[in-house]
Design a protein around this ligand. Structure first.
Ligand code: HEM
Length: 133
C-alpha cells in the first residue's frame, strides 16, 4: 500500500474531499445529509477507519455496513453509479498514483455491488436468461 502511495494521511484527505463533494452533489447530498445532519464528524471518523481497515487489514472498523444503509431514506439503486462516478472523479484529483486510484475503485465497486444486492436484490428482476419459461 505504501509503495503505491496509500497511507493514513491520504485516506484522511480522500474521505474529507469525497464527502465534501457528496454534500455539494444535487442527488447524493440531500440523502446523506438527511441521515447525518449533526453527526458528520462521527461519520468522517468512521469512514477513515473503514478504509484503513480495508487497506491495511487493521481491524480499526468494527461496524456493519449493510445494516447502516438499511434505513437510509430515499436510497435507490440508481444512486450507486452516481456515488462511484463522484468517487472516481475525486480520485482523479487526489490519488497519488494510478495504482492507488485503481485499488480504491476496484474495492468500492465490489462493495457497491454487494450493498446493492443486499439492499435491493429482487429475484423478479434477475437475469431473464436464467428463468424457466
Ligand atoms: C448511493 C450510495 C450510498 C449512499 C446514499 C450511502 C449513504 C450512507 C449513509 C447515509 C451512511 C450513514 C449511516 C448512519 O450512520 O446512520 C452511510 C454509512 C456508511 N457507508 Fe454508505 N452510502 C452509499 C454507498 C456506500 C459505498 C459504495 C460504501 C463502500 C465503499 C459505503 C460505506 C459506508 C460505510 C462503511 C458506512 C459506515 C457504516 C457504519 O455505521 O458502521 N457506502 N452510508
Amino acid at each position: 500500500m505504501k509503495a503505491i502511495g496509500i497511507d493514513q494521511a491520504f485516506i484522511s484527505k480522500l474521505v474529507e474531499t469525497f464527502y465534501g463533494r457528496v454534500l455539494q452533489h444535487p442527488e447524493l447530498g440531500p440523502v446523506f445529509d438527511a441521515r447525518l445532519s449533526g453527526r458528520w464528524p462521527e461519520h468522517m471518523e468512521k469512514m477513515k477507519s473503514f478504509w484503513s481497515s480495508v487497506a491495511f487489514r487493521s481491524g480499526a472498523y468494527g461496524g456493519k455496513p449493510v445494516q447502516a444503509h438499511l434505513g437510509v431514506a430515499n436510497m435507490v439503486p440508481e444512486l450507486f453509479p452516481k456515488w462511484l462516478a463522484l468517487f472516481s472523479e475525486t480520485l482523479d484529483d487526489v490519488a497519488p498514483t494510478q495504482e492507488a486510484k485503481d485499488w480504491f475503485m476496484a474495492t468500492a465497486e465490489r462493495i457497491a455491488k454487494s450493498l446493492t444486492l443486499s439492499l435491493f436484490y429482487n429475484p423478479a428482476l434477475d437475469d431473464p436468461a436464467k428463468k424457466p419459461d
